[in-house]
Design a protein around this ligand. Structure first.
Ligand code: ATP
Ligand code: HMH
Length: 276
């Protein structure tokens, strides 16, 4: 009989364009060889040009999806992406406690929190009044938080412009309660390299890599966080899962493709023609 793969759950919004959100997560889980499961939080109307709008899924349906898969199939690691509203964030947080996912629960199932606030075009994916709930309800439950620089500014007030301020931002984020933070440097466009900073307050790891000249980076943050989640599901520790995720996103950006009139998606497909 074929052995059962490890499982990863994404709690995220749908991107109708297929390049970001839960579609990016599933593409990545698949490419990384883990069984992907979803708790859909919202449906966005989205393409390569931006987000035209979104509709939230009723809170009880969001939480029922989590309990349905956790109780039956089991979750080896989970990730949150777009959560949209205060009500969804609060309900997801208490359901994660109930099913034993995240920091502070007894089961040690790792939780990656990608604190999605807006699309790369600047369209809101989180209602304005929900930022505080993200800060107080979700970040303390995170094994790892993976904000981009806009999200760092919203969450901590720290404006990152170089390596020094990236370290200050990591420290400010750790004070909000996650065990580890990864401050992503993709938006430091004046830097010739893409350097992401990982820290748990004791260990500080700079993950540097080339900056590829491409405008097609739609779904890059989701793909990175999902590749890390897949690594955690397979039993890697956080530093190893993050460095493997960083290699994964580098190749995915290198092979990103144009699609539509705007920003095309990164491509997790490179992995499918390669072995680990
Ligand atoms: N041009 C690039 N070349 C190589 N790596 C990149 C490039 N742009 C971003 N990355 C990497 O992709 C990952 C996502 O980074 P980024 O800071 O862009 O996150 P994000 O803003 O959440 O992504 P998204 O585009 O999905 O909103 C990081 O590991 C970053 O270093
Ligand atoms: C649904 C969704 N989640 C996350 C992002 C951020 O990439 C997006 N553009 N759309």
């Amino acid at each position: 009989m074929t052995p059962t793969p490890k499982t990863a759950l994404t709690i995220a919004g749908s991107d109708s364009g297929g390049g970001a959100g839960l579609q990016a997560d599933l593409r990545t889980f698949f490419a990384c060889g883990v069984h992907g499961m979803t708790a859909v939080t919202a449906v966005t109307v989205q393409n390569s040009l931006g987000v035209a709008g979104f509709s939230e899924i009723p809170v009880d349906v969001v939480t029922a999806q989590i309990t349905a898969v956790a109780g039956d199939m089991g979750v080896n690691a989970a990730k949150t992406g777009m959560l949209a509203t205060v009500e969804i964030i609060e309900a997801v947080a208490s359901t994660l406690d109930e099913v034993g996912i995240g920091r502070g629960t007894q089961s040690h199932v790792p939780l990656v929190v990608d604190p999605v606030a807006a699309s790369m075009h600047g369209d809101a994916l989180l209602r304005q009044d929900a930022l505080e709930a993200l800060r107080t309800e979700l970040l303390p439950r995170a094994t790892l938080a993976t904000p981009n620089l806009d999200e760092v500014l919203l969450l901590t007030g720290v404006r990152v412009s170089d390596g020094q301020s990236q370290r200050e931002a990591a420290q400010a984020l750790l004070e909000l309660g996650p065990q580890w933070v990864l401050v992503k440097g993709g938006h430091l466009v004046n830097s010739p390299r893409c350097v992401d900073l990982l820290s748990d307050g004791t260990h500080i790891v700079e993950l540097g890599g080339p900056r590829y000249e491409t405008e097609h980076t739609h779904g890059g943050g989701d793909t990175l966080a999902s590749a890390i989640t897949a690594g955690l599901a397979k039993g890697l520790g956080v530093p190893d899962a993050v460095s493997s995720g960083k290699r994964f996103i580098e190749r995915s950006v290198a092979e990103a493709y144009p699609l539509g009139a705007g920003v095309g998606p990164v491509s997790p497909f490179w992995r499918l023609s390669q072995s680990d």
